[in-house]
Design a protein around this ligand. Sequence first.
Ligand code: 5AD
Ligand code: SF4
Length: 440
Amino acid sequence: MPEPKKLFIKTYGCQMNVYDSERMAEALGGQGYEETDRADDADLILLNTCHIREKAAEKIYSELGRMKKLKLAKPNLKIGVTGCVAQAEGVEIMRRQPMVDLVVGPQSYHRLPELEAKVQAGEKALDTDFPDEDKFEILKSRPKTPHGPTAFLTVQEGCDKFCAFCVVPYTRGAEVSRPVARILDEARNLVERGVREITLLGQNVNAYHGAGSDGDCSLAQLIWGLDKVDGLERIRYTTSHPNDMSDDLIAAHGDCTKLMPYLHLPVQSGSNRILKRMNRNHTAESYLSVIERIRAARPDILISGDFITGFPEETDADFQATLDLIQEVHYGTAYSFKYSTRPGTPAAERAQVPPEVASDRLQALQALLTKQQQATQNAMIGREVGVLFERPGRDPGQMVGKSDHLHAVHVTHSNARIGAISRVRILSSGTNSLAGEWVG
Ligand code: 5AD
Ligand code: SF4
């Protein structure tokens, strides 16, 4: 047997990228690669990049600059860039940093083994096309090695919404949904390997419309299909757009016991004027009405969101409308970002808000969201919740898992084993987690 070659993947950004990195490691496993967590030990380094954060491409170029010395020390080392920066920059990456051997966009990961072989033969490899063939199917046929009792399952990729600030429709392409039967097969396969909770992933997951046995199938119908998979106990999905929260999906939150009481529903702004300029195609009122309907279906649902401060032309009054909306919704948790320009998107061309104003607003917004998060966590104290245990904690005898509401929960002196779902009484709340006692 030849020595396994070592693969180091550095993952940036979203859960989609974490998932993609796992699939890439599997695909390259077939080429004799084994993963390492040390860059200086690797024969192949992949930077799986994300374009969402500010100056993403520049950060990748400086990281590549730092990796140059590894390549000087080990001339056989191959370096690749994957993910959304690869898609957006393409051959430009190899022009600016000639030691890069491989550039692969998210639509072409199934070609990695073939591209890697090309690189080993001393050539450069570039693939940032959007091919018609279904890359999911090719990647999917490889054995899965889930890590622990929870797993992500991509059901949909890309987005047709074209929010004025966002690069996803350009980097990930048009919205594509996987067929239902393939998803159910993959879910059963994951469950056989010990998975008890599946998070359905997609940039615009609730726009899902994959082919079913009887025509196109909605996300709610897919969830009901997964509900019948024995051994699968919990279902989640992320990320959603308010306009795709259909009646059947809202109803499923009330009727499907495996669907967990958590909804990540980005709104970005509470000002109708800004929402229009963002091309969100919804208003603050229509968003609030979705929240009201989902709470009618599932009163204890925890709502999470995404916000942007300092979007071009945002005034103090617009920002106040966002704070008002937050007060009205009361978020259990949230993600918030200062607007940053993405070249090529419509908002990049508009009058920018001074960065210090955007920062001050972000601070004020986060202070309010943190207060709401703490209040939500404190309200859990004294309650008994279901916890799926994922890993041992730092202290002896401690176990860590996630509650139905996706709170991290630490439990000492539990009889729990990894993969078990137990009742836990919540005793206290920390900054980002809860602590409780095992009930049974
Ligand atoms: N500037 C700031 N935040 C952004 N997001 C997406 N694009 C930008 C940008 N240009 C945020 C949105 C989105 C989340 C994934 O990232 O809030 O919902
Ligand atoms: Fe980007 Fe989400 Fe808007 Fe699609 S819906 S363009 S992924 S922010």
